[in-house]
Design a protein around this ligand. Structure first.
Ligand code: TYM
Length: 377
């Protein structure tokens, strides 16, 4: 559990403390998603996606540049990913929902990398056999999201290494140890698999250009924890004659406890896509809220949605603009009690899981169709 006083840590492997997103923009050297940038996005998408309106996606690099190129007739592709180490939780779905929206609006191809070596290299007790199991299980979640099968290729590292390796070694030749040590905090005892790994996660950012033999702009939607990889990737790009990949970064969906991001390492405060709906219901009913100690106090003084995990869920995933506005008002005004809110959310989560789980079942027959095969190009 994290508290407000804990130091903020945001790395690809650890996110803890109270996250100050403005500070991250400054420290990581990214740009805020300003109204002007959002207006340019809206020109192409018609309406603004709720994740943009709500500043869930809050930061970017080169988004304007990629839209200018798009306006000039140069199509971009999307790249995102998953490091399979356990079940997918519904926080992971936030960047994927947005990626799907971008795919639809810009008719864009998507490379979805599954780094099935990453957690094996990173965690002492995680085996390659477990990785294989979770890669398949997580791929079902990705397919269940409904990405366009003709435009989406799932790149599983160990199955696509012949193609990825060539790009990765070209990248690796331009990245020295002191750079990855500074960016990722590696030290003398870090295994050499991990020190090479950033080149593998960078590779899909140039994959389309490498395969087509011409520069294709790439846009990476992900939460901001993945940003260290993109900093290294962007430094190398000009040395290889490629465009720097653009990024759009989202915030972290919090867990159902008091603070901290949703994380598979805290199963009791995470909702997994494979949770039986009744278990998810129980987790929501046990969630931390911004409520008062007694009903009487809550009616009189109102509650605090800004610290409430149930409200966060509604905000990130489950409520439209009108509903969220009403909920916020009614919460502050003491018109609604936490028990009622929890029940509303639990119903929606259960409904969502039932549908997602049906789609996961159907995804089993589509797995091969989504797998990356360079011969399909
Ligand atoms: P992984 O598996 O840790 O996370 C998958 C994606 O989910 C995002 N994410 C979250 N988003 C919102 N709320 C949360 N609580 C939350 N937790 C995780 C991550 O930012 C990521 O976008 N190394 C990567 C795999 C990868 C990748 C990529 C990710 C390979 N290539 C390209 C993004 C883009 C990883 O382990 O992600």
């Amino acid at each position: 559990m994290s508290t407000n006083n804990e130091e903020m840590i945001v790395t690809p492997w650890e996110v803890s403390g109270r996250i100050d997103y403005d500070k991250l923009i400054r420290e990581f050297g990214t740009d805020p998603l300003t109204l002007e940038v959002l207006e340019t996005v809206q020109k192409h998408t018609g309406t603004l996606h709720p994740q943009l309106k709500r500043k869930i996606f809050f930061s970017h690099r080169d988004l304007e540049w990629i839209l200018q190129r798009y306006e000039a007739g140069e199509r971009f592709y999307l790249y995102t990913g998953r490091g399979p180490s356990g079940p997918v939780h519904i926080g992971h779905l936030v960047p994927w929902i947005f990626t799907k929206h971008l795919q639809e609006k810009f008719d864009a191809k998507l490379y979805f990398q599954m780094t099935d070596e990453e957690k094996f290299l990173h965690q002492d007790d995680f085996t390659l056999e477990e990785s294989e199991k979770w890669t398949y299980e997580n791929a079902l979640d990705i397919i269940a999201m409904g990405f366009d099968s003709k435009k989406t290729k799932i790149v599983i590292d160990r199955k696509s290494m012949d193609v990825l390796y060539e790009v990765a070694i070209r990248i690796a030749k331009h990245v020295n140890f002191s750079t990855v040590r500074a960016v990722f905090g590696f030290h003398d005892s870090t295994n050499i698999g991990l020190t090479f790994f950033p080149a593998i996660q960078a590779a899909p950012a140039f994959l389309e250009s490498a395969l087509l033999g011409q520069n294709v702009p790439c846009l990476i939607p992900a939460a901001i924890d993945q940003d260290p990889y993109w900093r290294v990737t962007r430094d190398v790009a000009p040395k290889l004659g490629y465009y720097k990949p653009a990024q759009i970064h989202c915030r972290f969906v919090p867990g159902l406890g008091r603070g901290g991001k949703m994380s598979a390492s805290m199963p009791e405060t995470s909702i997994f896509t494979v949770d039986p709906p009744e278990l998810a219901q129980k987790k929501v009913l046990d969630a931390f809220t911004g409520g008062r100690a007694t009903v009487e106090e809550q009616r009189r003084l109102g509650a605090n949605p800004d610290i409430c995990s149930v409200y966060s869920y509604d905000y990130f995933l489950f409520m439209d603009d009108k509903e969220i506005e009403d909920l916020r008002y009614n919460c502050f005004a003491g018109n609604i009690l936490c028990g009622e809110c929890k029940h509303i959310l639990a119903e929606r989560v259960m409904k969502f899981l039932e549908e997602h789980q049906r789609n996961r079942e159907k995804a089993k027959a589509k797995f091969a169709e989504y797998l990356f095969n360079p011969k399909d190009l």
